[in-house]
Design a protein around this ligand. Structure first.
Ligand code: MRU
Length: 343
């Protein structure tokens, strides 16, 4: 994540481990106005940061959990309860479960815990860079690209999934424009994606979620790029609430809808989207805006954090192995293995 500190641009990771063995996470709840950090010294504190969304975005959640497992081992705590509490932090992002199991296997195999967690984070970043290279050719000069939530550097340790092709295309000198869905209720688009695109100098405008249909109808969206929290074996995709309605609009308007995700997000054990647990979060996220209450006291609120986009609405998945069709997802299981990645 490129940030300006004391007049200098520095590249910092959304999550890492410092010299004192603490897990350091950019507190994404304070952005875009304040750059502050959460420092966790126990697996329980990492689990809390994931639950409270100080750290968020499927691959960043996975990397934070990897460091959480490393902390348990470094502090000679039993691994099983630490793994259990980390996995209980949020239910939908597959990366969380994948990262914890990957770390347990590494530690079992005798790897140094800190080095293993660093290798996990490095692998995610390399995989995101490959996603950027594979996805960039989808973007044409003068395109208007719509994205939902934040699938940028903050969500992926560094670099991004859905935002990675945009970075590459921008570096190649293409002139395009991004519609940024605000992404109620937590506003990851308005707060985080807008902040990242501004930092990169990529032209964009934030729109209310409810404005998207208007721009599709006017022919002002050429491509949709989103991330994913979990992809089922048949290509159904769970992603931030509001993704499904954008996929329906894309279909109705004849606009290609692509999902960018690394191997850690693919859940080959879950057959279809119907098997994906959808997190239900506190109703206050919807009922309140900051400290202000919006809804009448007594009006119940429903707040699912994710929805499922059926495979039939997805033109393709941009992975580190290239762009694949939903029908090719199951085959990835045989072909791909997680670990260091050079493309
Ligand atoms: O609730 P969040 O902010 O963790 O949800 C994040 C998303 O839905 C992202 O689109 C997804 O994790 C992909 S991030 C590369």
């Amino acid at each position: 994540v490129k940030v300006r500190i004391g007049g200098r641009t520095r590249d910092i990771r959304a999550v890492s481990m410092d010299a004192r063995g603490r897990v350091v996470m950019i507190d994404q709840r304070a952005l875009p106005h304040r750059l502050t950090f959460v420092r966790a010294e126990t697996p329980g504190e990492v689990a809390r940061a994931i639950k409270d969304m100080a750290i968020r975005g499927a691959p960043s959640i996975g990397a934070a959990a990897a460091y959480g497992v490393a902390l348990a081992k470094m502090k000679r705590r039993p691994l099983a309860p630490a793994a259990k509490s980390l996995k209980a932090a949020r239910p939908t992002a597959h990366d969380l479960f994948f990262a914890v199991d990957w770390m347990l296997a590494r530690i079992e195999g005798g790897d140094d815990p800190r080095a293993a967690a660093d290798a996990y984070a490095d692998a995610i970043i390399e995989r995101c860079r490959a996603i950027g290279r594979h996805g960039a050719p989808l973007i044409d000069d003068a395109d208007k690209v719509l994205t939902h939530c934040n699938a940028g550097a903050l969500a992926t340790v560094d670099y991004g999934t859905a935002l990675a092709p945009l970075r590459v295309a921008h570096d190649e000198g293409l002139d395009f424009f991004v519609w940024v869905d605000e992404t109620r209720p937590r506003l990851q688009g308005a707060r985080l994606t807008a902040w990242e695109l501004l930092g990169e100098g990529i032209p964009h405008a934030v729109i209310a979620d409810s404005a998207a249909g208007h721009f599709f109808q006017r022919g002002e969206v050429d491509l949709v790029l989103t991330g994913a929290d979990r992809v089922a074996r048949n290509g159904d995709v769970a992603n931030k609430i509001g993704t499904y309605s954008k996929a329906v609009l894309a279909k109705e308007s004849g606009v290609p809808f692509y999902v960018a995700a690394p191997l850690s997000t693919f859940d080959f054990a879950t057959k279809t989207g119907a098997g994906i647990e959808i997190e239900e979060r506190d109703g206050d996220e919807v009922a309140r805006l900051g400290s202000e209450r919006l809804t009448p006291r007594g009006s119940p609120v429903s707040n699912p954090a994710f929805d499922v986009t059926p495979a039939g609405l997805v033109r393709g998945f941009i992975t580190e192995y290239g762009i694949i069709r939903p029908s090719q997802v199951a085959a990835l299981e045989r072909r791909a293995r997680f670990g260091p990645f050079s493309g």
